[in-house]
Write a protein that binds this ligand. Structure first.
Ligand SMILES: Nc1ncnc2c1ncn2[C@@H]1O[C@H](COP(=O)(O)OP(=O)(O)OP(=O)(O)O)[C@@H](O)[C@H]1O
Ligand SMILES: [Mg+2]
Length: 238
């Protein structure tokens, strides 16, 4: 197995739906460490961009290149969606599932999942069918399931969009801990406070292109483009 799947590089990457280029052309790369946050108006292409990197979308031209071969890349990254995907089984089994898929023995996988269910504060309800969990609990479950494999890269698409303040901070704590442990974080959010709390750098996306990429403070204090200025102010962007 190769040492690292990073950096990942986009070369003249375009994603087209129908007649429209919804992403690109994009030329950029992500190195091995840190937290990059995508912001931009609805429909800018953030979700498509994350899905493209994760391998759920294909380029119509150009390429996404990782430092490792495809089979290594997919198993060493995780994706947390805005609406958490919950499997029809107990909380613990939900968390253990990615380990089963990777061939880890059942007992070892369950032991690890039990650690994680405590870590996310759901130890008391870990045996219940996860479908009865609240939205915030489901999202914490999705985080634990994403993190149990110790992914090299974690993609998150508005992971706290439907959560209250306390649950949001709990999810942020898990993201920060993963980052500390060396996981590369690439995420989208509409929450400026969250972007300021978590991001090392901001990528401002508008109409399928990255219009600015800057360290977080520099972006919010001195945005360069008129569109970023308006977006930060809360003006309507057409
Ligand atoms: N399968 C598809 N067919 C046609 N258009 C699509 C498809 N998927 C996405 N789009 C369009 O691509 C654009 C980008 O969508 P995307 O979901 O990536 O935006 P976003 O930045 O994540 O928006 P939001 O902030 O609302 O989540 C939108 O205009 C959307 O309608
Ligand atoms: Mg989106």
């Amino acid at each position: 197995m190769v040492e690292t799947i990073l950096p990942v590089e986009l070369k003249n990457a375009i994603v087209r739906k129908g007649e429209k280029d919804i992403i690109g052309p994009l030329d950029l790369s992500f190195g091995a460490t840190g937290c990059s946050i995508l912001i931009g108006p609805n429909g800018a292409g953030k979700t498509t961009f994350l899905r493209l990197l994760h391998g759920l979308e294909r380029t119509n031209s150009g390429a996404v290149r990782w430092a490792a071969k495809k089979s290594d890349v997919f198993s060493r990254q995780s994706f947390v969606f805005q609406s958490p995907v919950v499997l029809r089984r107990s909380g613990i089994e939900n968390i253990a599932y990615p380990l089963y898929v990777r061939g880890v023995a059942k007992k070892a996988a369950r032991t690890e999942a039990e650690k994680w269910i405590d870590e996310i504060g759901l130890g008391d309800v870990g045996c219940y069918d996860a479908h009865v969990f609240s939205g915030g609990e489901k999202q914490k479950l999705a985080m634990a399931r994403a993190l149990i494999t110790k992914p090299e890269v974690l993609f998150l698409d508005e992971p706290t969009a439907n959560l209250d303040g306390a649950s949001t901070l709990e999810i942020e704590r898990l993201i920060l801990a993963a980052r500390e442990a060396g996981t590369r974080i690439i995420m989208a959010t509409h929450d400026f406070g969250q972007a300021k709390r978590l991001a090392d750098e901001i990528l401002f996306m508008y109409r399928g292109k990255i219009r600015e990429r800057k360290p977080t403070d520099a972006f919010f204090n001195t945005p360069e483009t008129e569109e970023a200025h308006k977006f930060i102010r809360g003006d309507l962007l057409l």
